[in-house]
Design a protein around this ligand. Structure first.
Ligand SMILES: [Zn+2]
Ligand SMILES: [Zn+2]
Length: 472
């Protein structure tokens, strides 16, 4: 952290206890509706304790200054971190946002390391660290409020001294992220949920826990629905999973949206069952959302409301193939691998006498690679070149399923096209999105979007049969 950072935070939504909750609802609202300024102001007025226009203006400006919110063409949007917080409610994300954009937070945690300290002592050490700033007690107080809201520090009422919580100690001693692969999990084995989230991210109190820094959405199923007379359950191969939202109609936002869009977001769903013992969960395996529907079910108050239920199907893991790398697989072979056809040699066509390292690829990686390969850097929606080069050095395009996975469309090479971010947004969020998608489908059916003019007949594509996951 540099001394260039600002050293002021604004009060936000009143009480410390409600702060992160309010912040999360606001970001969920922004993520779902992309509101213009007046709409966001109205929402703040009716959903928080904020009253005056100038206070509301400060709230919005503050969220923008710590990079959770951004304004694009007169519409508010969440930043990637803002979206992640809307989905996960993970306080660490707010801590990172504050740490990167406002000076002083690290100094406070260090001051509190292994000792209880008064606000005046904290003020003194901050002033010492940042001699160029004026640091009245009120400014320091707001920093302390944020750290309390995040759960990093606690105030001892008897002594008026602050101390680090275990979470605060963890933030202070954060080590670089280890990125293990999820393959370490075994179906039917029992895991400690707390350790699971420490390893892979995701919030431990949520039934739907998308990870902000790993491409996973963790789902937990238990008997909370049982008391109301319904439960998550297997119907044949399909697992019926009830979405989130304790009272009132469920909305397709936050965790529910994360499930519906997981394929296009490039995230895997991993399902766990809660055991009787606290934090003990059993791994049920990797699933994908193939469909969802609405049903009238009781909420936690016993009132009937619209509930969202997802149809999850186990992901077949037996269609992996190996190759030295995907570039070495020619397009015809890639198409076959993407369909899940059996292979003996992995389709590597290059002859080599040197022993090469082979990597395991999943069928769905082949589907993505196929779409990008065929597009060859040109958006299949508008015909323009990819707007920029991605981190992998390839032209940046996004893979779009013509028939959405969650609406029953297959993850099949004939069902994907590669679009520039603009066209992809248009197809999902544009007023003419459905017509645009229809146009893409008819172009695909005429053989204009596939390699060597291959015509698509999407209605004839069948999903690969998937093996039943053993239920413990
Ligand atoms: Zn485009
Ligand atoms: Zn799409």
């Amino acid at each position: 952290m540099t001394n260039d950072g600002r050293i002021t935070t604004d009060r936000f939504f009143g009480s410390i206890e409600k702060r992160l909750e309010n912040l999360q609802s606001m970001l969920e609202f922004v993520d779902a509706t992309k509101p213009a300024e007046p709409t966001l102001r109205d929402w703040l007025k009716s959903n928080t304790s904020a009253e005056s226009e100038s206070t509301i203006e400060k709230y919005i400006a503050f969220q923008r200054s710590i990079d959770l919110l951004e304004l694009q063409e007169d519409q508010y949007q969440t930043t990637p971190r803002g979206t992640a917080f809307a989905e996960t409610g993970d306080p660490e994300l707010v801590f990172e946002a504050l740490l990167e954009n406002v000076a002083g937070f690290e100094t406070i945690l260090q001051t509190l390391d292994n000792q209880q300290t008064t606000a005046a002592e904290i003020q003194a050490s901050l002033q010492e660290a940042y001699p160029e700033y004026q640091l009245p007690q009120a400014v320091v107080g707001r920093h302390l409020e944020w750290l309390q809201a995040i759960g990093a520090i606690e105030k001892q009422q008897a002594t008026d001294r602050y101390e680090l919580t275990p979470f605060g100690r963890q933030l202070l001693r954060q080590k670089p992220d280890q990125k293990p692969t999820i393959d370490d999990l075994e179906v039917g084995s029992t895991y400690d949920r707390v350790e699971l989230h420490e390893e892979y991210g995701g919030a431990r109190y949520r039934g739907i826990a998308p990870s902000a820094d790993h491409p996973y959405v963790f789902l937990f199923t238990g008997d909370s629905g049982m008391e109301h007379g319904y439960k998550d359950e297997f119907r044949g191969d399909t697992f019926i999973y009830t979405g989130e939202g304790r009272t009132g109609d469920m909305e397709m936002t936050g965790g529910n949206k994360a499930i519906r869009d997981h394929t296009e977001d490039g995230r895997e769903i991993h399902l766990f069952e809660n055991n009787d013992e606290a934090w003990s969960v059993t791994y049920l395996g990797q699933f994908e959302c193939v469909d969802w529907f609405e049903e009238q079910l009781p909420d936690t108050d016993g009132n009937r409301r619209k509930a969202i239920r997802f149809k999850l199907e186990p992901v077949a893991n037996d269609v992996e193939f190996t190759a030295s790398n995907l570039d070495a697989v020619d397009t015809d072979e890639l198409y076959e691998r993407a369909k899940g056809a059996a292979t003996t040699d992995g389709g590597a066509t290059q002859q080599t006498t040197v022993e090469t390292t082979r990597t395991r690829y999943t069928r769905s990686e082949a589907v993505r690679e196929y779409a990008l390969r065929v597009a060859d850097g040109i958006c299949q929606g508008c015909g323009n070149e990819a707007p920029f080069v991605g981190k992998d050095g390839e032209p940046y395009l996004e893979v779009h399923h013509l028939y959405r996975r969650s609406d029953g469309g297959p993850d099949h090479p004939d069902n994907v096209v590669a679009l520039c971010p603009n066209c992809h947004r248009r197809v999902h969020h544009g007023k003419d999105g459905d017509e645009f998608n229809q146009e893409l489908i008819s172009r695909a059916e005429k053989g204009k979007l596939n390699h060597s003019g291959r015509k698509t007949n999407l209605s004839k594509i069948q999903l690969q049969p998937t093996p039943q996951v053993p239920v413990p």
